[in-house]
Design a protein around this ligand. Structure first.
Ligand code: GLC
Length: 714
């Protein structure tokens, strides 16, 4: 037994059953007349953790600033006035920023830059830990192929490998090497499992996912988070094929703990335990508590079902003391790992927020995806610019949903950042209404119109799903009006999700997807528009033509008939009334410069399976030249296609990428190594397998690349 386990046993041995159950209870911050009774609960050891927000959809509502003094007072009561003296664990949804707001996670993923993502979460951790926060409910690792789902913005898109890279970067950035460090906070991999497959993109809806699909698409990012040392996991609201995750031993114990090796604690989602009754697998709260706890769900968020029911369940013999003790052990271990017993109170420290804002701007800039450019960008600073649209003077929506502590008034607008850089005239027309018509005359004195469009942050996030994922009709009319003037038209889209592009992208001479890119996105956009920064973002998910094409994703298996819409094979046959190819494919993004790829080289044509298992790898390289007029970063992507296997394998699977800076005119060799862990897949039972046969290896600038070699596993 190691020292932490000894410490856990020593604490546990002194706890009453009530006090043990208190450690499994998380309640939200009390307000008004609740405060005094809440403090009494703390004194009685009933509160193991506090959710530092109010309401079931904290990401949609104003939460108010963190009152450190108040949380320190609650902690003092727990430590000094309760019998056990166990500190409270404070958790808050710090999803993509605290005082400094970084791009939404889907935008961060578009940077394909794990170093910047890790640095972002390190900054976020520093700021949050300075506000009494010990624990954040992020990263959200729900793979999703459905931009109708409002929570698509919180995840990492449609690819398991990209999700795995993000998972590791976020967990490392938040927890560091030692989560007990004062500047570090605990991460939470959520929502285990399959939430991103909610049918119809309708939040909280049911899912239908086979084990084969779970193992190869939805689980890998969680496996990566566990390998990175994540200390908590949040269970998902949804059911998988009729089994609510919240009460599933198969998902929460057999897979998460026994197969993935997770050794922290599992917290429910908000009221998810009591909702088992609505899901029809429990008759009452007692049943809910029994099912969830026995499944391996350790901490109950907000509904007090554990607090109210577990004591009687133990006394009636329905729940064993061992089951309670094991859950409490996991919670106590994480509290010890967080250093709560040594440092229970928040002591505010100075930090350089200007450095954090620089990091936010750098990540925002690397997240912006240049979708189209017929040469109009970058603009000359002397250009006379007309800024038009509802996002010209917008602040709040640039920060996106799940932003509890940033301040919109500190977020520069596009008008302010363009005006600051321009040496020509800048005219702005906010909104999309008639003001445009009355001020049309200024059009004749401008060189280019920049349309600042997008979607409100309130159209994204939890419980904010949309049937249509397109720009609003008035914005589409504005685009058409701008097009009719015969002037060059540049579009900047501040969206949380990639919107359907049919009938939109065609009307622009250049188009930037700036996402809800955080506090500094307007500054990043201005740098990109004037060429001080060269865009390098890549799509973390497919950009569809029409909402009716959803779901459409790149890592799809081949059909038996000669038709593969995504890859353009007889695409006109997929629907008789619509062209069902992606508008922009996964991994797509342009630059101001041009990268030309040479031939793929590999140091060997084949490796025996047993040698592969022993660690032998294919060493692959490719020469790439920057043939353009700008220095620029290229995200070189490596995909595989397992042509013949015991289960159908995707036509393309991203297995590696490297983001490389090329000076203009420079040629560089980019190297990859792929081996056993890259060339296999998971069987329905979760077993990882690599099978003999040919594997096609592709390298390119997005998933449509046809530049390939073939290697053999013999
Ligand atoms: C919400 C979300 C979850 C969040 C939690 C606490 O319902 O599903 O992601 O962390 O409740 O706010």
């Amino acid at each position: 037994m190691n020292s932490i386990e000894k410490q856990v046993e020593e604490i546990l041995s002194k706890l009453s059953l009530k006090e043990k159950i208190g450690q499994l209870n998380q309640q939200e911050t009390p307000v008004g007349e609740e405060v005094e009774s809440f403090k009494e609960q703390v004194r009685n050891g009933e509160i193991g953790s506090i959710l530092m927000s109010v309401g079931a959809t904290a990401g949609n509502d104003a939460q108010g600033a963190v009152n450190v003094k108040f949380y320190n007072e609650l902690q003092r009561i727990a430590v000094e006035e309760s019998r056990s003296g166990i500190p409270i664990l404070f958790g808050r949804d710090v999803i993509h920023g605290h005082r400094t707001v970084f791009p939404i996670p889907l935008a961060m993923t578009a940077s394909f830059n794990e170093e910047l993502i890790e640095k972002a979460y390190e900054d976020i951790s520093r700021e949050a830990s300075n506000d009494s926060i010990h624990w954040t409910f992020t990263p959200m690792l729900d793979l999703s192929r459905d931009p109708r789902w409002g929570r698509i913005i919180e995840g990492t898109g449609e690819d398991p490998y990209l999700g795995s890279v993000f998972a590791k970067a976020a967990v490392k950035g938040l927890q560091g090497d030692n989560p007990a460090d004062k500047d570090r906070i605990l991460a939470c991999a959520k929502h285990f499992l399959g939430y991103g497959a909610s049918e119809g993109g309708r939040d909280y809806n049911r899912t239908e996912i086979s084990d084969y699909t779970l193992n190869n698409y939805y689980i890998p990012a969680f496996k990566s988070a566990v390998s990175a040392g994540v200390k908590t996991v949040m269970s998902a609201f949804n059911d998988i094929s009729g089994q609510p995750v919240t009460s599933s031993k198969y998902y929460l114990t057999d897979i998460l703990r026994d197969r993935l090796g997770f050794d922290g604690f599992v917290v429910s989602d908000y009221d998810a335990v009591c909702q088992l009754a609505r899901q029809g697998v429990a008759e009452n709260d007692a049943d809910c508590a029994e099912l969830a706890l026995k499944a391996g769900l350790d901490m109950d968020m907000h509904d007090k079902v554990y607090l109210n029911e577990l004591e009687n369940l133990v006394k009636s013999g329905r729940v064993s003391t061992d089951t309670i003790d094991n859950a409490v052990r996991r919670v106590l271990k994480v509290k010890i790992l967080k250093g709560l017993f040594e440092n229970p109170y928040c002591e505010r420290r100075e930090y350089d927020i200007s450095k954090h804002r620089e990091d936010a701007k750098e990540l925002a800039a690397e997240s912006v995806v240049l979708l189209k450019n017929n040469g109009v960008l970058p603009l000359d600073k002397s250009a006379n610019v007309g800024l038009v649209g509802p996002f010209v003077h917008e602040r709040r929506s640039l920060m996106g949903s799940w932003m509890l502590d940033g301040k919109a008034e500190e977020t520069p607008t596009v008008y302010e950042t363009i005006k600051a850089k321009s040496e020509g005239s800048v005219v702005s027309v906010n909104g999309t209404g008639l003001s445009w018509d009355s001020s049309l005359k200024w059009m004749y004195n401008t060189d280019v119109t920049v349309l600042c469009l997008g979607e409100s942050w309130t159209a994204t996030g939890e419980f904010r799903s949309q049937a249509e994922v397109s720009l609003a009709p008035d914005q589409i009319k504005l685009i058409e009006k701008a097009r009719s003037t015969g002037k060059k038209v540049v579009g900047v889209l501040f969206c949380g999700r990639p919107v359907a592009m049919q009938g939109i992208a065609e009307n622009f001479d250049a188009l930037l997807l700036a996402w809800h890119g955080g506090s500094e996105v307007a500054s990043a956009v201005a740098d990109i528009i004037y060429g001080d920064t060269v865009p390098c973002g890549r799509m973390p998910m497919t950009v569809i033509r029409e909402s009716t094409h959803i779901p459409m994703y790149y890592n799809v298996t081949s059909s038996g008939r000669p038709v593969n819409c995504y890859y353009g094979e007889n695409a006109g046959e997929c629907y008789i009334d619509s062209l069902a190819t992606p508008y922009y494919p996964f991994g797509f993004g342009l630059s101001y410069t041009e990268f030309n790829y040479g031939d793929i080289k590999c140091d060997k044509k084949e490796i025996a399976l047993n040698e592969l298992k022993e660690g032998k790898k294919f060493k692959i390289s490719i020469d790439i030249k920057n043939d353009g007029e700008f220095d620029g970063k290229e995200t070189v992507q490596l995909y595989i296609h397992d042509k013949l296997a015991s289960f159908m394998r995707p036509i393309k699977e991203l297995k590696a990428f490297k983001k490389v800076l090329f000076k203009k005119g420079e040629t560089a060799t980019v190297d990859f190594e792929i081996g056993f862990d890259d060339l296999g897949f998971y069987l329905p039972n979760g077993e990882y397998t690599v099978e003999k046969g040919e594997i096609e290896v592709f390298i390119g600038k997005d998933c449509l690349t046809d530049r390939k070699i073939t290697v053999l596993i013999k």
